[in-house]
Design a protein around this ligand. Structure first.
Ligand code: R5P
Length: 288
């Protein structure tokens, strides 16, 4: 088996290869003067299992996946597993209004074309796995994040909305502390409204946990509410740290004490690796 790291997941691919003791495939990647992507495999993958690891975000990285898959298929690989640490477009998982694309399905169908199996981490909604036309599995970074939070002496976990409630519950159960959740209403892509609610957070070291931090609006509102209610420290933790549109500044000016994310998108806040959870899923689905 070879592990092939794309340009958006080099750390995850390296960690994964080390963890499961399989070699990293050698490749040449470059961009032409017009910015088109070029890939060439430097090892022979004929009749081999190849695990392509590439985050599908931002858009150019999705094209890279298609080209890498094509190269691996052309070279005669026996089995192609595509690992998407972050599956971009997964939040457009249905038609919210007539005339829209079901973006997650469109991308999933294209990725399925040259894949035998797909693995992704903490998808926004589990049902997007059905959009792939090959077996698709999800794995969770919650235990890896919770291990980090426990080391930081977190003693209360909050979900910023109902959708993240199970995540908060699982993290709290690993840490051995209480959890709660907030009611969030999304007004538009950048505006959210949090309904005030009494939380048992006074004097506590709180972690707010979510699948994605995008603009940081959801977390910023939740931090302010927790600090207003007397939380001692507030750490925000997510699997996928997009941090767009001044998210870092928004979180810091909301008096956030620490920002933590995994390495599904590599940023200065990638303090936890998803290699462990991916390795466990790969071991269940592959012959290693
Ligand atoms: C949405 O339901 C997700 O779980 C996140 O809460 C959301 O994507 C965060 O977005 P933002 O950081 O822009 O508030």
């Amino acid at each position: 088996m070879y592990i092939l790291g794309g340009t958006s997941a080099t750390n995850v691919a390296t960690n994964l290869a080390n963890r499961i003791k399989q070699p990293l495939l050698h490749t040449t990647y470059k961009r032409f003067p017009d910015d088109e992507f070029y890939v060439r495999l430097l090892d022979d993958v004929a009749d081999q299992d190849v695990v392509i690891v590439q985050t599908a975000y931002p858009d150019p990285k999705i094209v890279e996946i298609f080209l890498i898959q094509d190269a691996v298929h052309e070279a005669g690989a026996k089995k192609i597993t595509v690992v998407l640490p972050y599956f971009g477009y997964s939040r457009q998982d249905k038609k919210f209004e007539e005339g829209e694309a079901i973006s997650a399905r469109a991308i999933a169908q294209h990725i399925s074309r040259n894949a035998d199996c797909v693995i992704t981490v903490d998808p926004h909604k589990e049902h997007i796995l059905k959009f792939f036309t090959v077996p698709a599995y999800s794995c969770s970074a919650v235990v890896s994040l919770a291990r980090y939070l426990k080391e930081k002496h977190v003693d209360f976990v909050l979900a910023p909305d109902k959708g993240a409630k199970q995540r908060a519950k699982d993290a709290a159960s690993f840490i051995g502390c209480d959890y709660d959740y907030l009611e969030k209403t999304r007004i538009d892509g950048t505006t959210v409204k949090i309904t005030p609610k009494n939380l048992d957070a006074r004097g506590k070291h709180v972690a707010i946990i979510d699948d994605i931090i995008s603009t940081g609006g959801t977390m910023a509102h939740s931090i302010k509410e927790l600090k207003r209610q007397g939380a001692k420290t507030v750490l925000v933790a997510c699997t996928h740290g997009l941090f767009v549109g001044g998210a870092k500044e928004k979180l810091l000016s909301a008096d956030c004490d620490e920002i933590v994310s995994t390495d599904t998108i590599e940023t200065e806040f990638s303090k936890v690796s998803v290699a462990e959870t991916i390795a466990q899923t790969l071991q269940k689905t592959a012959d290693i």
